[in-house]
Design a protein around this ligand. Sequence first.
Ligand code: PLP
Length: 367
Amino acid sequence: MLALTEYKKNFFHCPNRLHLNNAGLAPISRQARDKILYWGNRFYEEGFYTDHDYMTDVLHSRTSLSKLIGCDFFEVAFFQSTASAISQLCFHFPLQNGDEVISWDQEYASNLYPWQEACKRAKANYILVASEKDLTTPVEKIIDKISSKTKVIALSWVQFLTGAKSDIAKLSKVTREKNIFLFVDVMQGLGIHPFHMKEWGVDAVAGGSHKWLTSPVGVGFLALDMKHMAMLKPHNVGAYTFGTCDDPTDLYCEPKRDALKFEAGSKQVLEITALGASVDLILSTKVEVIEAEVKRLSSKLKMGLEQLGFELYYNHSSIINFIPKEDSLEKLKAIPCNFAVRGPGIRLSPHAFNTDEEIEKVLTRLA
Ligand SMILES: Cc1ncc(COP(=O)(O)O)c(C=O)c1O
């Protein structure tokens, strides 16, 4: 197991660039950078001779990611973004006229627009449940909306605006009992909070590489429980839907029976293997250790902001959203510290690689 102090050493710390928009785009780990350099160099020197090795490394990434999600490696498919992974799911989900899909009213676009469009095409009803006034998302409100027509509940585990967290274990007890398909967008939580897809009875999850998984932009993923695999036809179809690039074409061949059928062709090898390297770093540090550090740093920031008189939203995840005073943005820019203007105010989102000094610097500046 890697100590937290060692984990932090695997990130580039620059005094003039504070990374506090990790819910937007986090810096990548040293391991992810090294992996890109490694494969860049091997492709440069070896070309085709890398063939077998890079596919083995892609499989390693798939296996590591499945451990973090809590499913089997053959239930995970790589895509180019979260939106494309969700599109695969919702445009091939057997929705029918009059069915209901339920989501929160504050979902990020990548989880909102695909379901909205899928419902439109199937003449199903897309129901957006109102969050609480303070933007929290207690799952009882979702459960209240369930009817005999509810087919899917599709929500983010952690919401992108304020870090509001939905209790997936509590919700899945009901969805399992009522035979409702539960889909969770794990983008804002996977890597910093423990997730247990199979144990909790989640039917499918999707997410992407560039936030809490500290790896390059460009990889989305879908994990689908094997029991639903036959239900979902692949949207993109190519050589890898059926076999490999080396197989002769055969007009009668059948798609693969696992999630690999969703990957139609060649993959983003550099990005996927870099993602795997970062996931290995997370697994060797332990998600629970990362979670404790994220919560410690974010609650330190939260308490500091409260002492300075800021009104804020905080949900024991990483994200803090505070209502700025007149000069807050200028002060943050002067550090310089990255942040996002989102929903009610300014979003700051420390990761476990951030330090106490960085949090103190922000608080001193905003004072
Ligand atoms: C909840 C959530 N899902 C997904 C994404 C990213 O989606 P995509 O990979 O389609 O760009 C974000 C980015 O902000 C997000 O907050």
